[in-house]
Design a binder for this molecule. Structure first.
Ligand code: NAD
Length: 297
């Protein structure tokens, strides 16, 4: 870190979330080198002031830390263990931060393998979706050792105001999985309320604002309710990424012998949605399951 509080970041994974997080790191004054397997994603951010890299090793060489924002556990493993990966070619600052949502058990393994080579690792998944990524309002939950968290924290500040060190390696992902099961079951509750309200013939927009004023208020009703009512299944946090997260929740629950019947039920509805070709749609498309169950599709 430079004395003025800025430093150099290497950012790997420039999709829906990553590209917005890079923009905010640039706004916060950091030098950001970017890499993605999709060349256009790299070029787009280079046009906005990021430094383009053509390989992973080139991207991380001069960085204080490398941040990964990738779809799932196998992609993060690839970037760490693969040829030219971060285990063999770490950033100059020997700090790796994964902000994707992946399996806590894999995180603990990565932490141990990197530590054996004197490389620090922090798991720091986020909540807040593409809007939070764009507006730098992400909630960041971090697991790892305190000194490594202290080095990463100034960089997190550029991406969101709520940054919490929640415990040992993997704890960030454990908290994120609890976040995701709460989101999934909550989306289902909003779908059911709208399905019943619609069948009852009430004004759904008015119903939504009444519910938002009382104890049924929720982020999902507030942010996804309008799109559900309008039948807009378009962009947003994708159904297939949520299914990935629900799979991670269930793997963790099975490993720890915790029954999660609510999660099991909503997971089968997400599977139904994906089977109907909604995998790339936003999570509000879960409402289409209720359209189909009430013969309104
Ligand atoms: P995304 O699929 O839009 O982006 C992932 C990016 O990673 C893509 O640009 C892809 O080309 C790149 N990539 C894949 N493999 C790579 C590799 N080996 N090397 C370099 N680049 C590679 O996904 P996203 O929506 O940005 O989500 C990223 C992570 O954040 C996921 O784990 C997701 O669950 C989590 N997350 C997403 C949201 C959301 O609302 N989208 C919210 C919170 C957390």
């Amino acid at each position: 870190m430079a004395e003025n509080g800025t430093g150099s970041v290497s950012f790997i994974g420039l999709g829906t979330m990553g590209r917005e997080m890079v923009r905010n790191l640039l706004k916060a004054g950091h030098a950001v080198t970017v890499f993605d397997i999709v060349e256009e994603a790299v070029a787009a951010l280079a046009a906005e002031g990021a430094i383009a890299a053509t390989s992973l090793a080139e991207a991380v060489a001069d960085a204080d830390l490398a941040i990964t924002m990738l779809p799932d556990t196998p992609q993060v493993e690839d970037v760490i263990y693969g040829e030219g990966g971060l285990l063999a070619s770490p950033p100059r600052g020997r700090l790796v931060v994964d902000m994707s949502t992946i399996a806590p058990a894999a995180v603990r393994r990565m932490h141990a393998d990197l530590k054996a080579k004197s490389i620090d690792f922090i798991d720091a998944p986020v909540s807040g979706g593409p809007i939070g990524a764009k507006n730098a309002t992400l909630t960041i939950m971090a697991g790892g050792e305190a000194p490594a968290f202290a080095r990463a924290e100034p960089f997190f500040r550029g991406m969101g105001p709520t940054i919490t060190h929640v415990g040992a390696p993997g704890a960030g992902q454990a908290v994120k999985l609890c976040n995701q099961l709460t989101c999934g079951i909550n989306i289902q509750a909003v779908c059911e309320a709208i399905a019943l309200g619609r069948a009852s013939g009430v004004d759904l927009e008015q119903m939504r604002s009444v519910l938002l004023g009382g104890s049924a208020a929720s982020w999902m009703l507030d942010k996804l309710g309008p799109a559900m009512i309008a039948g807009d299944a378009g962009a947003g946090f994708r159904i297939d990424l949520m299914l990935k997260d629900l799979r991670l929740v269930q793997e963790q629950a099975q490993a720890l012998s915790v029954p999660l019947p609510g999660t099991a039920l909503v997971t089968s509805q997400y599977i139904e949605a994906r089977a109907h070709g909604e995998g790339s749609n936003g999570n509000q498309a879960l409402f289409r399951v209720y359209d189909r169950m009430t013969n309104r599709a």
